[in-house]
Write a protein that binds this ligand. Structure first.
Ligand code: UT7
Length: 318
């Protein structure tokens, strides 16, 4: 039994905020942001537009791509750190928006690694018979938890959503081949939100020691990709496409150099989307599928790194 991707879709809010607009808010420049991060612009959710709205649009696009409806699903998982509400889960809100009142829905919280953690969970559930057809969504409105006076963080993030429809299929070479997730809670003070229901009764703002996170990200992403490939019995050199978490172009370049990846093999949307946390991997993958780079049968590795720290990789035959 393998978990095969049947459809993929994404959604980005209409409003695009260019670096120039950012420079009107905080002491920064288009030049600094491009040079240090590769980011040119980010999408920002409209007032009254919530994470579930973004996720719902991405879900509809993925279902249409799979030629399925919510009736065909028995599971919805949403990876997010910016839920509409403390509870109920954003997944159940999207379930209701889809008009689905059967099956089950729940959220996963692993910050920027949420979509990889979600892939790990979906894969395990589908292979073990715990579900037959699942919708996995990464959806975020990080613009709502940014400190818009902290130039070290507010320039880096954007809003968006991506989704895949995954089906349990017997006797196939396609689908998710292997997933490997990691975490290490000792580093939580390097990347966290300084509020929450239990501790402060507030939502809080994102805080990050950027240059320290950067070093851990490069080392841990490179290692987890090597480990994931080795555990799957696949050589890094045999992988067609790499779809990384889109935090910083310099992280993508440093990892590509360490793993000796070929130019053009790494899908990058960081210039257009900035860091959309759990949405960044499905947003990037959708871009490369829709423009014809990633084709059926290609070997694809997904990876992410985020707060916790959490990190992980997933290898699949699309
Ligand atoms: O998604 C989860 C994972 N997140 C990440 O992976 C993010 C990882 N970190 C990064 O991407 C980078 O560390 C940043 C882009 C956040 C920062 O780049 P950096 O090259 O590590 O810069 P830095 O933090 O060491 O700061 C260098 C200088 C500082 O000035 P001084 O102290 O040297 O005078 C900062 O104050 O750049 C300054 N600076 C800025 N200048 C203009 C920081 N932010 C800005 C800004 N505009 N927006």
């Amino acid at each position: 039994m393998r978990a095969v991707i049947r459809g993929i879709g994404s959604y980005l809010p209409e409003h695009i905020m260019h670096n120039a607009e950012m420079a009107e808010r905080v002491e920064t420049s288009d030049e600094w942001i491009r040079e240090r991060t590769g980011i040119h612009q980010r999408h920002i959710a409209a007032e009254g537009q919530f994470t579930s709205d973004l996720g719902f649009e991405a879900a509809k696009a993925a279902l249409a791509d799979a030629d399925m409806t919510a009736d065909d699903l028995d599971l919805i998982i949403v990876a997010t750190s910016t839920p509409d509400l403390t509870f109920p889960s954003t997944a159940t809100i999207i379930q209701e928006k889809l008009g689905m009142n059967h099956g089950a829905a729940f959220d996963i919280q692993a910050v920027c690694s949420g979509f990889i953690y979600g892939t790990h969970v979906v894969n395990a559930l589908l292979r073990s018979g715990g579900a037959k057809r699942a919708l996995l969504i990464g959806a975020e409105t990080f613009s709502r938890i940014l400190d818009w006076e902290d130039r070290g963080t507010c320039v880096l993030f954007g809003d968006g959503a991506g989704a895949i429809v995954v089906e349990a299929v017997e006797d196939t070479k396609d689908g998710i081949l292997h997933t490997f997730i990691r975490s290490d809670g000792r580093h939580r003070d390097m990347l966290y939100v300084d509020g929450g229901p239990s501790r402060t009764q507030t939502v809080g703002h994102l805080r990050m020691l950027g240059n320290q996170v950067f070093k851990h990200a490069v080392t841990d992403i490179s290692q987890v990709m090597r480990d994931c490939a080795e555990q799957a019995g696949v050589e890094i050199a045999d992988i067609d496409w790499f779809v990384p978490h889109q935090a910083n172009q310099r992280i993508l370049n440093a990892v590509a150099k360490k793993l000796k990846l070929r130019p053009g093999q790494v899908v990058s949307t960081v210039a257009q989307h900035a860091n959309t946390s759990a949405a960044s991997v499905p947003l990037a993958m959708n871009a490369a599928v829709k423009d014809g780079r990633i084709k059926r049968g290609d070997l694809v590795m997904l990876e992410a790194f985020g707060g916790g720290f959490t990190w992980g990789a997933a290898l699949l035959r699309y």
